[in-house]
Design a binder for this molecule. Structure first.
Ligand code: SF4
Ligand code: SF4
Length: 228
């Protein structure tokens, strides 16, 4: 198993632990607003004017208003902290951009108003073969293969010069200026933001876990309430 694979296994283990801890914390908050001596469970079905239904509505409010807002505030703090670190100009992010979408799917998304897709296809072109993409970062491509991640498309930007400079720096799109904006996304080992990513990873994992749990509860409560 190579180093990247070890790190991925370690990350998944950490995420599982953090997920359980976050789920316990959210459950505690949900139970704190449960009506006294009420025997039902949160995801049971209740008539619309009942104590159970009102509890569910309060929980939705707690998750969407209080907890979600706090999560986004923390995410913004993480991004603001990134400005303390610097791009070292390795250009790997210009030479190898990955997407779960094919060029055609990206075009379709852009036509449908997806701003990210629109910026992406304005600069990136697909590699002709996976072998060509592999030359940029073989360990990463191997990692995807070993983990059965077959549905990945590889792109590069023709605006990059031979000496690794952006030939249209002043007009580069926002997605270039913002990279890396996802604290949990994969970064090449040469990237100057790896120190930032390592430092904020535990909190970013916790926020991701909390968002996943919130999505689960909000979907299930909405489903339960719509069955009334
Ligand atoms: S536009 Fe410039 S910064 Fe953006 S990917 Fe292309 S070469 Fe890199
Ligand atoms: S991978 Fe990181 S260090 Fe390299 S060019 Fe992109 S942002 Fe800069």
């Amino acid at each position: 198993m190579n180093n990247l694979n070890n790190s991925l296994t370690e990350l998944r283990k950490k995420y599982r632990e953090i997920f359980i801890k976050s789920a316990n914390e959210i459950t505690k908050k949900i139970n704190e607003i449960k009506p006294k001596n009420f025997k039902g469970e949160l995801l049971d079905c209740y008539p619309s004017d009942s104590e159970g239904f009102i509890w569910q509505t309060k929980v939705l409010d707690l998750l969407k208003e209080n907890i979600s807002k706090e999560i986004f505030r923390k995410l913004n703090e993480i991004l603001a902290y990134r400005t303390k670190f610097n791009c070292v100009g390795c250009a790997t992010c210009c030479k190898l951009a990955c997407s779960e979408y094919s060029p055609e799917e990206l075009k379709q998304k852009a036509t449908n108003g997806d701003n990210f897709a629109s910026q992406f296809i304005s600069i990136f072109v697909p590699y002709k073969s996976i072998e060509e993409a592999s030359k940029i970062y073989p360990e990463y491509i191997n990692l995807l293969k070993e983990n059965g991640e077959e549905n990945v498309y590889f792109y590069h930007c023709p605006k990059l010069t031979k000496d690794n400079r952006c030939s249209d720096y002043e007009n580069r799109p926002q997605i270039c200026r913002d990279f890396p904006d996802n604290p949990l996304s994969f970064l090449p080992k040469s990237c100057g933001y790896n120190e930032w990513k390592t430092e904020i990873e535990p909190i970013a994992l916790m926020l991701h876990a909390m968002l996943e749990i919130i999505e689960f509860y909000t979907d299930r409560i909405a489903q339960t309430q719509s069955n009334q």
